[in-house]
Write a protein that binds this ligand. Structure first.
Ligand code: CU
Length: 202
């Protein structure tokens, strides 16, 4: 399964790329601003220069930001398509949102509530819908956040690469019980998953 690119890395790359440039320019622009305030203050520089037309400078401030903005777009686009393109051989689990819990239905019709159990190193696709109002599933560890809407089939996929327990939230205000609409993604070994799946299967 290692040939599948985990969208987590793509999303993180994009995030660090954008925040890296943001901090870089925050620092550079602040330094230049402070330097200009001191260097060109009225007492030292009473008559301002009126500079018009500087083709070289204009080209620089058009071309460089354009390249940076396009770079941000490309990295964001890659992470988005990574999150939306489900790889082959993905395991499908139904995820039903209702006020105020998550129901998961596995391939053998076993159901679980507020606990999603998946095998490690297997891509999982959640086929989602809502039984009532608008909800949204959010699994921060897998960078997944997709709305669940009644009458609409939406999906999310992720690749859990480490066993453990991860938080799952409803992230669309759906009523008084919204804050209780949390759960856990339990990533277990393939053997443990198969065993769990057979336990009181419906
Ligand atoms: Cu909800």
């Amino acid at each position: 399964m290692n040939e599948i690119v985990n969208p987590v890395h793509l999303v993180d790359q994009s995030f660090y790329f954008i925040i890296g440039f943001s901090f870089f320019f925050l620092f550079v622009i602040t330094c230049v601003m402070i330097w200009f305030v001191i260097r060109y203050r009225r007492s030292r520089h009473p008559v301002p220069a009126d500079i018009r037309g500087n083709l070289g400078l204009e080209l620089v401030w058009i071309i460089i930001p354009t390249i940076i903005a396009l770079g941000m777009f490309v990295s964001g686009w890659k992470s988005y398509t990574g999150l939306r393109t489900v790889p082959k051989g993905t395991m499908e689990i139904e995820a039903l949102a209702q006020s105020f819990s998550w129901i998961f239905i596995y391939p053998n019709d076993k159901e679980s509530e507020n606990e999603l159990v998946v095998p490690v190193n297997t891509p999982v696709k959640l086929k989602m819908t809502s039984l009532d109002v608008l909800h949204s599933i959010f699994i921060p560890a897998f960078r997944v956040k997709v709305d669940a809407v009644q009458g609409l089939n939406t999906y999310a996929w992720f690749l859990p690469q480490e066993e453990g327990e991860y938080d799952l939230f409803c992230t669309e205000y759906c009523g008084t019980g919204h804050s209780d609409m949390t759960g856990t993604v339990r990533v277990v070994s393939r053997e443990e998953y198969d065993e769990w799946l057979e336990e009181d299967a419906w």
